[in-house]
Write a protein that binds this ligand. Structure first.
Ligand code: TXA
Ligand code: MG
Length: 328
């Protein structure tokens, strides 16, 4: 059995125990403010290789290094641009990951052989205490099998990764519920690779125009934004997006319908779930809800398409990927 320890705060002795597991090259799942991460010593290539094996993650998909502060990040890059300084003063610790040119301290496996490294300073007392106790940057992708739903509870980690994790630190439900915003600062112009809790308006307020990469990586394609497979973040149930208020008709099987702001009349046997018409609240709740519906054995989930507009960008992005057809 994988060990699961409750952590109450940054002084909890479980954190020192977890740091010892990391020092031996082991894997520790820990809470952040976005989703749970699957952590390993980010400067130990064998430990990072265990992350890829545990997740079933393709070797072409690099991982984020988590640091405790800007000084920790500066030690891992060959160039620290003025934009990075401005951004981290405003948003770190917080759900903003920066892609920057890597220094040669960053193992090749962390970068998936590429020239850049993704860096993030999580706004969670347990995550920060763990990074400090380890005395190393922690490589940590979301603590789920590749392409599956990200975990917002320790139980999600246990059921997705099981024995592959040495220790899970249980800090309760994560706050933001969706993965960090990823901003690429290694190219000519700042570019959002993954929308998240920090929106384009927050970034343009500090940087001026910021590009939004809206593509998706198809199977076999050269990866511009390596992890952005078209199907990703997916539940086992078939998820379909529908027009608000449309309801469902003539459908059999175990079906759930997720309304935003209100629920239309639904046929008997269809489970109606009401979420508020509030992007942040839906972000916090979305993965946990999909996990619950999967665990309850629902075969199909119909969810109302969220409104247009920037506030809903991250939720729309995850729903688009979660509802994309299986790749051949
Ligand atoms: O909120 C988060 O970011 C969570 C928590 C645990 O910190 N982590 C997370 O990691 O979502 P992961 O591995 O599930 O997603 C990281 C994404 C992947 O799509 C990966 O391809 C991309 O970041 N990435 C990592 N390094 C990169 C790099 N050097 N250049 C471009 N993209 C990179
Ligand atoms: Mg992930």
């Amino acid at each position: 059995m994988t060990r699961l320890l409750q952590v109450t705060g940054p002084d909890d002795p479980a954190i020192l125990e977890a740091a010892a597991v990391l020092a031996r090259g082991g894997l520790v799942a820990f809470p952040t403010e976005t989703v749970y991460g699957l952590g390993a010593d980010g400067l130990n290539p064998e430990a990072v290789a265990r992350i890829y094996a545990a997740k079933g993650r393709p070797a072409t998909n690099p991982v984020i290094l988590h640091v405790a502060d800007a000084v920790g990040a500066q030690a891992l890059v060959s160039h620290w641009p003025a934009e990075a300084q401005v951004l981290v003063e405003r948003f770190w610790p917080g759900p903003l990951t920066l892609v920057l040119p890597a220094s040669d301290r960053v193992p090749s496996i962390v970068r998936a052989g590429g020239p850049s490294v993704a860096l993030r300073c999580p706004a969670h007392p347990v995550a920060l205490a763990l990074i400090r106790a380890a005395g190393r940057p922690l490589a940590a992708p979301s603590a789920n099998r590749s392409q599956h739903l990200s975990p917002t509870l320790a139980q999600h980690v246990a059921s997705s990764l099981g024995e592959a994790v040495d220790l899970i630190l249980d800090g309760g439900a994560t706050a933001a519920g969706l993965e960090s915003t990823i901003l690429d600062l290694a190219g000519d112009r700042p570019r959002i690779l993954r929308p998240g809790p920090i929106g384009p308006a927050d970034l343009t307020a500090l940087l001026g125009p910021v590009e939004l990469w809206e593509g998706a990586v198809k199977a076999g394609e050269v990866q511009a934004a390596p992890g952005m497979a078209e199907r990703h973040y997916a539940p086992r149930a078939r998820l379909e997006l529908v027009a608000p208020g449309s309801g469902v008709r003539g459908i059999s099987g175990t079906v759930a319908y997720v309304g935003l702001g209100s629920l239309p009349p639904l046929p008997e046997g269809v489970r109606g779930i009401l979420l508020p018409l509030d992007a942040e609240a839906v972000g916090t709740r979305l993965y946990a809800l999909l996990h619950e519906l999967d665990d309850a054995g629902f075969e199909r989930i119909f969810m109302e398409r969220p409104p247009e507009g920037e506030r809903w960008l991250a939720v729309r992005d995850r729903l688009r990927r979660a509802s994309a057809k299986e790749l051949p």
